[in-house]
Ligand binder design. Sequence first.
Ligand code: BGC
Length: 414
Amino acid sequence: MKRFAFATVSTLAVAAGSSAVAEPQAEVLHWWTSGGEAKSVAVLQEEFASNGGTWTDMPVAGGGGDAAMTALRARVLAGNAPTAVQLKGPAIQEWYEEGVLADISNVAEAEGWAEVLPASIAGHMKCEGTWCAAPVNVHRIDWIWANADVLAANGIEMPKTWDEFNAAAEKLQAAGVIPLAHGGQAWQDATVFEAVVMGIGGPEFYQKALVDLDPEALTSDTMVQVFDQMRTLRGYVDENFSGRDWNLATAMVMNGEAAFQIMGDWAKGEFLAAGKKPGEDFLCASTPGDGYLYNVDSFAMFDVDGDDKRAGQELLAKLIVAPNFQEVFNLNKGSIPARTDVALDKFDICAQISAEDMGSTSANGSLLPSYAHGMALRGSQAGAITDVVTAHFNSDISSQDAVQQLADAVANSY
Ligand code: BGC
């Protein structure tokens, strides 16, 4: 009887395996855990489910994704990679070189990605000519967010230069308001730092220093001025800043405890999720200076066994780049669509500014990859820079010493 039952089940399994279409499965590793982020990723989960997919969520909390990347490495080393992973910039190519990424060119070609993505974004999604990642959005890094009432009450306009920013901060401090909401985590220090590098040095300097890693730029007087401004900014954060998550810093601006935050536009996702209105409750402006620092979120698919998982990867890749998802997700996330053919009518003024500035900076060569968010450099090099930036921010070392340490750290990171 037992034998018979066994034989029946196994015959059924074979029959099902050969005739049925695999049901899409995906275990998705991401670090979207704040209010605005969770609301955004839910859009993808819902679309995946309504197209027959089964989603296993693997969220790893920690802004900027450092903890998620550590979790990913452990899974890959254990021979148990997740199906789909939030991955971006040169890390995509680094994982490809390790031979663990799936080729999603069949989806990209069927969906015509080459026709709807700007070449600069498409370039990040390719590995030796094949498509190895699907782009979700374009986040801008160099933003200042402000509490509209706090600025009005103190007679302050959004600053257009770093001197204006410092003057506003002094005034706010004198009035008992925390000028700058900041979370003392290395990636947040790096986020502010790169905005200051571009703002004080200009886009060409940013390119030389943080993309080309030119030793002269790294030790220049301009870089000394950048560290001086970082030291000045350190004076504008409250004493409890250490270790604070970025979304708690955003909440300080929301509730009027602090006036400004320098952060990528996922902060806008947080304001929106809390029901705040741009232009009324909060204000956005690019940080002082020219240029645009971009950060493209994307998903890479890992080489996994099983028709159901492969079907899940294909479905996810297709949905991620499809126009509906690009619109709805980005309305929640604070970013703008990666596709060029999604109308922006439903997007707010901050997103409109982002899209317009992305176009103009792309045309004049000042559209630049964010080093702090893994778009410009390999991990070891970015890490070397961030270590110095954060050590400087949390100590009283001089700007002169910081630039020397920066050049040394970069030289040793190759
Ligand atoms: C990611 C964003 C995310 C932010 C904070 C950035 O590196 O690109 O999608 O919201 O980190 O976690």
